[in-house]
Structure formats: C-alpha cells, structure tokens
Write a protein that binds this ligand. Structure first.
Ligand SMILES: Nc1nc2c(ncn2[C@@H]2O[C@H](COP(=O)(O)OP(=O)(O)O)[C@@H](O)[C@H]2O)c(=O)[nH]1
Ligand SMILES: [Mg+2]
Length: 450
C-alpha cells in the first residue's frame, strides 16, 4: 500500500472544473515536481493554494490545489486534490504528468478502499459511499447517507455490545466452576441475550426488505400477447411517447424501458415484447420467454385484452407465475367484454390505455402491494446490501440453534462457541474481519477516482 495513487475524480467530459486526486506517502513530493506556487511541504494541512501545473517550464493549466496532510484525511494518507480546468485534454494531461512522476493510476474505488484498510471507515460505511454515488432517488440518497455516516453500523455495534457482556460472563463461569449458582445465572443471561438478539435481528431483517426496495427500486415487467396494449400502457405510465404504439400485432421490436417514481420508490419498467425476434413467433406470447422475464422481476404487470378470450398460452403463464407479485391488467375496457377470467388470486385492474382510464388505480394497487405508504419518512436506517443481509441471516440461524441448545441443556461452552460465531459474523458485516477477495470484489464496483 506504499504506492501513491492518482485518478480523475470528476466525470470526464467538457465541464468547468475537473478534480484530479492524489493519495499516498509521496503525494506532496510528486505534485511538487509539476507545481509552480507555494512550497507544498511548508503549507499547513487543509489549505488551498493558487498556482500552475507545469511541465518543463511550460504551463499546462492554472489551478487551485488542496493540500490535506495525514492522518486527518479521507484515506488517512497525504491527499492532494488538483482543481483544474475541465475538459478531456487538460485533465488527462495532468494525470499523465502525475503518472510520469511516480504516481500509480488508482484502481476503481481505491481511495475508499484505503479509507477502509486504514481504519477510517468500516465496510458498511464504504458500501454507503458507493450507494450514495449511485443513488437515483431522494429516498435512496437518504438511505445511503445514513449508511455512510455510521447509523447502520451502530445497529451492528449494539448487537455486539450485548454479546461481549454475556461472553465475558461465560469466561468467568469457566474460570470459577466451583460456584454452582454462577452456572444458573449464566444460562439465564445467555437466554436473555439470545432473546434480545433474536428480536433485534428479526426486526433488522424485516426492515432490510424495505432497504432493498429503496435502494434497488421495483423491477417491473410488462408481459402479455401482442396487441393487448403493453406499449400503450407503458406510454401512459411514463406519460410520454417512448414506446411506439402500433396496431400491427407484434411490431414493437425494441425492449422499451422506463422509470417512474411511486412515493419516492423507483419503478423500473420493461416492455418485454421487444424480446420476440422472429416474425413467425409474432402471434405467440412466448410462454418460456415470458416466464424467464417473470422470474427476474419484482413485479409482473400481466396485460390482457378485454375484447378477446384468453388463450392457452396466457392461461399457462398465469398458472406458472406462482407467488410472484402480479397485477392482472384488463386493458381496452372501453370495448365490449369478451374476456372470461378463471378463478384467480391476483388483483385485477381494468384500464383503458387508449382513454387514459384506470392508470391511477393501477399505481395505487402497486403502492398497496409493496406497502409503499408504510415506509417511514424519518427512519432510513436499513441494512441494504445483499452481503450484509445474508450474513445476518446466518446469525439468525445460530440464534435459533442456541435457543434449542438451551432447551436441550447443551453445555455452556458449546453455547459459547455459537455466541462467538455470531460475534464473528457481525464483525464480517462491518468488515472487522474480511478476506482480500471480498474487499477487492466490493471496491471494484466503485467509480474510478472514488
Ligand atoms: N380500444 C382500445 N384500443 C387500445 C387500448 N390500448 C391500446 N389499444 C390499441 O391496441 C393496439 C395495440 O397496442 P400496443 O400498445 O401496440 O400493444 P402491444 O403489442 O401489447 O404493445 C393499438 O392500435 C392501440 O391503439 C385501449 O385501451 N382501448
Ligand atoms: Mg408493443
């Protein structure tokens, strides 16, 4: 980790300002080689300076330079940020000069990775940084900022604090086995802590579903046979002419996608019609393909045509949807009804995409299905990464086995092993213990320069 790294931290393109970031032991020394202005070694930390980036006495750019000296910096290393003029040529030239004088090009997320490895932030907070950058909605921004600033980590710390207490109690018990009543007291303590863990973990996991919803949005597929009005519906939902509506069956060729916000939650919609490629398949609904899409979705909008009877393909798909959240949309309700619905448990919403009727009712039904109105405005402390959720689920399993263990009078030192396992798994969530592969995997998903 001795390398001094450099990267462009702003989006590369034409813009007023670019920021090139340098971090590492030699940051000040390397930047000094291409800098004309105050001596950077002498300036106080966290100060900003006016000067020039130069190469062999030629001026490359007029810049402002921020000097942040170790250890109170994002990476805990010396950091210099060069605010240059924007634009591809200048920005790249400055980066090039830095690399020429001894910097290494940073890997994606390497600044944040150093912040983590140097103990400045934990793994949940690092994931929060990434989520904040990729947040598309106000709700997901809220979620990310709470994660980044440690509120979510605190949930884990609280659980661990309870564990420490009971584990140390067991240690005492093992050290002084001659006090018989200590054993009874210890079992009681374990039981109490375990009940606490059980309730808390359950609560966090339940809330985490909301967290994923806020973070990932609802992936929605619009399925149905050609000409039922899928593209028309998507247009209505998007309130723009994005999907091309046509009265020749199956002529929508492209996968048409679009996002809308429902109560601040992103609904990402895909008109699956574009997946049918060959002309002779036009009349078929593509049972297999549709089911593949349905499998990947969080929500299925199944569109039927009010003025036609159901086809075998449609019945087949409905049979196989299972418990996937689904809304049956009876479109063309402005026309004479010929459709006969079999007994079904799915909610049904009649609409007319043509006349723009029933669209609000559909939105309401979606909100109801995902309990969107129940998402609390004030509390955005949710565990939201798949990684941490799966670790917490492992904790939940162990908690259950401890519960059984107490009942079947398993020796205390066996219970202690389980408690310590929970402690370790919780440690993995915040990144107290980690493998190199995991860390590489997490940070490789970051942007360059972050
Ligand atoms: N009468 C009526 N026609 C509709 C309605 N929705 C769509 N259509 C018409 O049905 C045809 C097929 O619509 P389209 O959205 O392209 O269907 P898709 O093949 O499922 O994407 C077009 O001519 C639309 O104008 C509706 O609610 N009522
Ligand atoms: Mg279409």
């Amino acid at each position: 980790m001795k390398d001094t790294i450099a990267a462009i931290s702003t989006a590369l393109g034409v813009g007023a300002i670019s920021i090139i970031r340098v971090s590492g032991e030699d940051a000040i020394e390397i930047v000094s080689k291409i800098w004309k202005g105050k001596n950077l070694k002498d300036v106080p930390t966290h100060t900003i300076h006016y000067g020039f980036i130069v190469s062999q006495d030629k001026t490359i750019d007029e810049v402002l330079l921020t000097v942040m000296k170790s250890p109170k910096t994002f990476t805990k290393e010396d950091i210099i940020e060069i605010n240059s003029h924007g634009g591809i040529a200048t920005t790249n030239r400055i980066l090039e000069l830095l690399l020429l004088h001894g910097c290494r090009l940073a890997e994606p997320g390497e600044f944040t990775k150093r912040a983590f490895l140097n103990g400045r932030i934990d793994l949940i907070e690092a994931e929060g940084v990434m989520d904040l950058i990729s947040a598309k909605t106000e709700k997901s921004r809220n979620l990310a900022i709470n994660q980044m600033t440690g509120q979510v980590s605190n949930l884990i710390h609280e659980l661990r604090n309870q564990l420490v207490e009971v584990i140390s109690n067991i240690e005492v018990n093992i050290d002084y086995p001659e006090y018989e009543d200590i054993e009874v007291v210890t079992i009681e303590k374990i039981q109490k802590t375990n009940q606490y863990l059980k309730a808390k973990i359950e609560e966090i996991l339940k809330k985490s579903e909301t967290g994923s919803l806020i973070k990932e949005g609802i992936k929605t597929v619009i399925v149905g046979k050609p000409n039922v009005g899928k593209s028309s519906l998507l247009n209505r939902l998007l309130e723009e002419e994005k999907a091309i509506v046509t009265d020749i069956a199956g002529t929508t060729r492209d996968i048409v996608e679009g996002d809308i916000l429902l109560d601040g939650i992103l609904l990402h919609m895909i008109d699956t019609a574009g997946i049918r490629k060959t002309r002779d398949q036009v009349e078929s609904i593509g049972v297999k393909k549709s089911l593949e899409w349905i499998k990947k979705a969080d929500l299925v909008l199944f569109v039927l045509n009010n003025e036609e009877e159901m086809t075998l393909e449609e019945e087949e798909i409905l049979k196989q949807i299972g418990d996937k959240p689904t809304i049956l949309i009876i479109n063309k309700s402005d026309l004479l009804a010929k459709l006969k619905l079999p007994e079904l448990t799915f909610p049904v919403v009649p609409i007319s995409a043509l006349k723009n009727e029933g669209i609000d009712e559909l939105k309401e039904k979606i909100k109801e299905l995902f309990h969107l109105e129940e998402i609390e405005q004030s509390d955005y402390t949710y565990l939201s990464s798949a990684r941490s959720i799966s670790l917490l689920k492992k904790c939940q399993n162990i908690v259950e086995s401890i519960e059984e263990g107490i009942e079947s009078q398993v020796p205390i030192d066996m219970l202690e092993i389980d408690l310590k396992n929970i402690w370790n798994l919780l440690g993995e969530i915040i990144g107290e213990t980690y493998t190199e592969e995991l860390v590489d995997e997490i940070f490789s998903r970051f942007c360059l320069g972050k």
